[in-house]
Design a protein around this ligand. Sequence first.
Ligand code: HEM
Length: 177
Amino acid sequence: MLLLTSTAALLFMQQAPAENVDWDAEFGVEEEVRDPETGELPVDPYVEDNANAGANPYRSTRLAAAFGGREGIQRIADRAIDLSATDPRIAEIFISHDIVRIKRTLGEQFCYLLNAGCDYSGRDMQSSHSGLGIRRQDLNALVENLQVAMQEAEVPFAAQNKLLARLAPMSGDVIER
Ligand code: HEM
């Protein structure tokens, strides 16, 4: 009798396949919706401030011209992120992060630092990288990709190094191990 009951119970369980179950709804997972205008995912609220860019901008306006102005700078930021998000050394770190937002905010940050007429609207370096587990070698890979992007855009070396000099002191806020 016991055997019969447990066999029946087993059969019953097998007859209830978990097909068509909306697991997100079942466990209350909220779907993240991209902004139809910007294409970006929402982020938790924070105070926007140019101080979040992590360094002061250059005063000279000639530097921006060496990067091709605001548009040239954005193209370089986009390219550096495209290279990094497909770079086997560090691509994994970018998975499940909002590439659309990273490109925009990185472009803004560079544009602000190079005095090309932007405000930086992103988060500060420490909070935006906390928990990513970034190592010194990951940072080196990202910097290499940025150098490739600047080289492709024919930014003169001296100007490239000016941008890198502004970014270098941020490593302490980005590297975690
Ligand atoms: C000095 C070096 C770096 C600078 C200046 C920088 C700059 C930025 C900026 C401006 C943001 C966007 C902040 C926001 O969304 O509000 C960001 C986010 C991010 N960065 Fe970096 N970054 C640096 C190094 C790195 C490195 C080495 C990696 C990985 C190899 C990395 C991976 C990421 C990722 C995955 C995000 C998205 C975080 C999120 O979705 O919340 N970053 N970074």
